[in-house]
Structures are given as C-alpha cells and as structure tokens.
Design a protein around this ligand. Sequence first.
Ligand SMILES: Nc1ncnc2c1ncn2[C@@H]1O[C@H](COP(=O)(O)OP(=O)(O)OP(=O)(O)O)[C@@H](O)[C@H]1O
Ligand SMILES: [Mg+2]
Length: 348
Amino acid sequence: MNLIEVKGLTKQFRHPIKDPGLKGAIKHLFTQKYAEKLAVNDINLSVKEGEAIAYVGPNGAGKSTTIKMLTGILVPTSGTITVDGLTPYKNRMENAQKIGVVFGQRTQLWWDLPVIESFSLLKDIYEIPDDIYQENLNRFKDLLGLDEFLHLSARKISLGQRMRADLAAALLHNPKIVYLDEPTIGLDIAVKERIRTFIKEINREKGTTIILTTHDLDDIEDICERLVIIDQGRVIYDGELQAVKDAFVKERTIHFQMKEAIPSLTSLIDGLPGVILENVSGQQFSVRFNRFDISAGEIASYVMQHGEVIDFRIDEPKIEQVIRKVYDGKLDLNSGQEEETRLVPEKV
Ligand SMILES: Nc1ncnc2c1ncn2[C@@H]1O[C@H](COP(=O)(O)OP(=O)(O)OP(=O)(O)O)[C@@H](O)[C@H]1O
Ligand SMILES: [Mg+2]
C-alpha cells in the first residue's frame, strides 16, 4: 500500500473583489463579486514509504497549496488524500504525529522562547519518550551544529540558524514523512549544503519519506530520485529525475588528466565533431560535447590513442537547465521532443 495516495486533488480559492475604501466595501455587500483561482487542479500522486520526491514548478504553480492540503492545514475543494490511512484535515492530531513540516518562509518555533525550550515544548506536545528525544537532539546538534544558538530565542538567531532549528524541530518525534517547503530559501551555500546533507541522511538512514519543494534545483540533485513538476496546478511530469536528464540534457563534459601534456592538443580535438576544448592547464583539460553527436567512450578512446590517461571524470548534466526550459515552455515533456533531441538517447 502507498504511504500517500492523492486522487483528483483540487483547490479553488475564492476571494472577494472589492473596490477600494468604504464605498467599495458597502458596494460589495450588495453585488458580491468574487475572483476564483484554481490553485491545484486535479492532481494524482502516489508515494511509497521511503521515497524522496522533488515537487517543483514556477512561482504560483500550486506547490505550497498542495503541501498545505497534504499536511491538513487546508481543506481540498475536491479530491481525496490518504496519508498512512488517514485523511489529514479530518484527523489533524493523529496525522501530526506522523509528519514533520518545514516552511522556509515561516518558522514553526516559538518566537520568544530559547530554541531549546521550543524543542522541550514539542517533546511534550508529541509525547516523545525521553530516550528518543535525547538521542535525536544529540544527533541533530551534531549534524546541524545547533549548539551555538540553542539558548537564544528564535527572534535573535540568523535565518540559517533558524532553518536548521526548524528542521530539527520537525524531526524530533521521528515522523514517517517530512514535508519541506523551500527549506533552503535565502541561505548561503555552506548552510544549504549542510541542510541537504542532513535531509539526505534522514532519508537514507531512517527511511523517512521526503516531499521537497524548492526553486534551488541543486537541492534535489542529491536527495531526490523522483521528480514531479507542476505548472498551473497540474502535474506535467512525474518520473525519474535521471530519465529527464538523460532525455533532455545534450551537453556533457569530460575532464582528463594525462600523464604528460599532449602536444598540439587543440588541433587534435578539432578533429572530433562538435567537441569543444576547455580549461587546458598542464596535463589537464576538459572537453565539452553533444552526446547525440559523439559518445563519451569514443572521445575517451580517441584521447587514449594520443597519450596516457591517468584519470578522467564525466560531469553529470544539471537538472537546472532542463527544468528552466520546461518553465519557459520551450520543452514539452509529454511529447518528449525538443528540436533535435530524442526521448531515448542513442548514446551514453
Ligand atoms: N489563501 C489564498 N487565497 C487566494 N489565492 C491563493 C491563496 N493561497 C495561494 N493562492 C493562489 O494560488 C496559486 C498557487 O499558490 P501557491 O502558494 O501554492 O504557489 P507555489 O507553487 O507555492 O508558488 P511559490 O513558488 O511562489 O511559492 C497562486 O496563484 C496564489 O496566488
Ligand atoms: Mg510556495
């Protein structure tokens, strides 16, 4: 059985349209005009225990609205949600025991309390046994470096510290599922890295199911194997992250380290179709190539004919490029075809 089962999930927001001022408010009493916004439109989603899913899409796509319905904060207009056998908005307390939530835009901590006191409160609220609380606290202190600010109030700590504290708070009670809505927003690279490593570890070691929304696609590269892209409230892709990369990212780079520098390297590489030489320095160089024109294997064996290769590495394509294109409407994932690329790549 799936841990999360979502069928036909829809959220229609309805908000009053008023002219400005008192006159507008009075007029609204009589005319009552409303604008409607279909934020989430007939979404289906099945999630197995232990999966880590990236839920991405442009601003206003409906990501946060989906998360809010999954966590039980918002009631769907129509459709059904089952999370570990429960309907989140109907069984809010029971559901809360099973889930952890981090909203990057808003803290779940008590603003005026020292962070450690917020944790103690959560211990009581969730009735976390002493040993589990201590074990988790020690572990999270270590992994997230909480010691430096545990005794400061949430109001006084930096954004990066706050996000780390929020993550720990969301996971103290060993939830089965954690929903992360932009957990790295506004953070510097070092803190982002720390948070990514932490999330990955929680998923791999504890088998915690992760649903992650983000605009920083580096977040998902390491953590998520499954990618769900939504646009205007609808799912436009649901599948393997790697499959999207394989199908749509044309360019790859190989970095070579040679025993000795190759003489006349430029003219040598010029002999290969569509291959561009980059970053030449001593015995090292990189080549960028279109893998629909030539394979990495062909390039490697060509280079090996002209010198001794000590080491080489192929750069994985970045999902960033692909998803940007999807956002920009330049790529139709359903047809699986960009101008010259193929859905199933011919060559590695
Ligand atoms: N409470 C609300 N009342 C009316 N409209 C809303 C409400 N909450 C969200 N919306 C609208 O629903 C749509 C989806 O919003 P949502 O916050 O889910 O997008 P998102 O994908 O999380 O975007 P972002 O990447 O900017 O966080 C938007 O058009 C938004 O304006
Ligand atoms: Mg959002």
